[in-house]
Design a protein around this ligand. Structure first.
Ligand SMILES: [Zn+2]
Length: 487
């Protein structure tokens, strides 16, 4: 394979992404069945989602509200009149023989997703966001003897978010997806577990000669199950198309399936366009009428978007952009941070702690922040004890470890275990003088110019005081004694 930068010297990728996100409503899109992942197969079904004759769908109000919430957050134009349409196709896990989706007049038009590229904000425009239902799930048996179907997923509400073909590299595609996932989480409308299929992505891609306007012939890539997978699949396809075009051949419009284990895409089916689906307005559902009042109420509930949060963290707390990006990448993490700052912890100290200690513990001990055993008020007490000089940072780390498995407060643990720092100067001076008396050789070598021994003395003192002395005060006293010719 050629390197991407080599190909990009000559060709410009034109990428558009279609993201399907399952909405985290309690019930399905057109019936009262539970919208629940992981339960035994076919335990959440009814005549409506099984497509039995005569069963009538009723639209889920919450799913419409969630779609409008997403549309308003992304600056889309909301269609005040919108309707559902039948998209006709046969698939074994689609029992009705059609999917209820939207065609003309989708709920949201336009809008954009703001990503950050090398620190700069870039808007990726959207074409539309529409609401539809998911299909069931086919489970192919390993011995190829048959396929079982689970209809629990059939009828789960889905939004399809269609970007304009304005993405220019696999990396940009990945950043767009990461951002979109963050936005869905910030809005609280999708669980975003990729491994559970909450979030799925198809990509359209074509190449055009650099500097030219008209689009080339595109292919559609399906079946990528991670953001890295999307990036790899796009890279593979850019390489394949560039190879064809450079040898004078044509790209054929087709749908290709990404095979992650073999790192290649195989042809799934030929050209497919809207007329193949014979869309028509869904006769069993009344059109949706959205009122300005409804929109105003949803708008008043909107939260900050991730890029706004990053910017505000810079201006409100004076923290570095890179730190803000890491914290804001997870809505629960950034909420936690803001709560401890609200409780009086210095923002810089809070950042240091969260990125240095907390993320490592979350990762190593496989906690998720939502159910982290140390709630913000408990951590705030500990970090304030560090700020006030009651314990030093190393002691705080061990107190933190103890708090993970205990309900005790930081104050209780510090008191019970006598972990307070020794910052009483006179007491420290006595300890330091005692240590220097024990090391007369080192003291004279230090005074002869071997200044590196300072660290040795510091280490001895910290050990003697079990790490509970205030390094700043120890340093002052030690300097005074050593350099002031006193022992
Ligand atoms: Zn149902």
């Amino acid at each position: 394979m050629k390197s991407l930068s080599k190909i990009l010297e000559k060709w410009e990728p034109v990428i558009g992404l279609e993201v399907h996100a399952q909405l985290s409503t309690d019930t399905k899109m057109f019936c009262g069945c539970r919208n629940m992942y992981g339960d035994p197969p076919n335990t959440h079904t009814c005549p409506v989602c099984l497509g039995l004759p005569g069963a009538l769908p009723v639209a889920n109000e919450k799913a419409i509200e969630y779609t409008l919430k997403l549309g308003l957050a992304l600056g889309c134009k909301i269609s005040l009149k919108s309707h559902f349409a039948r998209k006709n196709y046969f698939y074994p896990d689609l029992p009705k023989g059609y999917q209820i989706s939207q065609y003309n007049e989708p709920l949201c038009l336009g809008g954009s997703v703001t990503i950050r590229q090398n620190g700069e904000l870039k808007e990726i425009p959207l074409i539309r966001i529409h609401l539809e239902e998911d299909a069931g799930k086919s489970i192919h048996s390993a011995d190829e003897k048959g396929t079982k179907i689970d209809f629990n997923r059939c009828g789960v509400p889905l939004v399809e978010i269609v970007s304009a073909p304005e993405i220019r590299s696999p990396k940009e595609a990945r950043e767009y997806l990461i951002r979109l996932k963050q936005i869905l989480q910030y809005l609280g409308i999708c669980n975003c577990h990729m491994e559970q299929g909450n979030l799925r992505c198809d990509a359209n891609i074509s190449l055009r000669r650099k500097g030219e306007k008209p689009f080339g012939i595109r292919t559609e890539m399906k079946n990528m199950n991670s953001f890295r997978g999307v990036e790899r699949a796009l890279f593979f396809e850019i390489n394949r198309q560039a190879g064809l075009l450079e040898s004078g051949k044509e790209v054929v419009q087709e749908t290709r399936l990404w095979n992650e284990s073999e790192q290649k895409a195989e042809v799934m089916r030929g050209k497919e366009d809207a007329p193949d689906y014979r869309y028509f307005p869904e006769p069993d559902l009344v059109p949706m009428v959205i009122t300005e009042k409804q929109l105003a109420s949803i708008r008043s509930d909107l939260v900050e978007l991730p890029h706004e949060k990053e910017d505000r963290m810079l201006s409100d707390y004076g923290i570095r952009l890179n730190d803000a990006i890491i914290l804001a990448s997870d809505v629960h993490l950034v909420d936690y941070f803001e709560q401890i700052v609200e409780l009086g912890v210095d923002p810089q100290e809070a950042v240091k702690w969260m990125l240095g200690v907390m993320l490592r513990v979350l990762k190593d001990e496989i906690y998720i922040i939502e159910s982290f055993p140390i709630k913000p008020n408990r951590l705030a007490t500990l970090l304030k004890a560090v700020g006030n000089g009651i314990v030093n940072i190393n002691t705080a780390k061990s107190v933190f470890q103890k708090m993970l498995t205990s309900d005790k407060t930081a104050t209780q643990i510090i008191k019970e275990e006598g972990l307070m720092q020794v910052s009483d100067s006179e007491k420290l001076r006595t300890i330091i003088e005692g240590i220097l008396l024990h090391h007369p050789d080192e003291v004279s070598r230090y005074r002869d110019g071997k200044k590196g021994l300072f660290g040795f003395f510091m280490g001895q003192i910290m050990r003697k005081t079990r790490g509970q002395s205030t390094p700043k005060i120890v340093k002052e006293i030690l300097t005074e004694i050593l350099d002031g010719n006193k022992t």
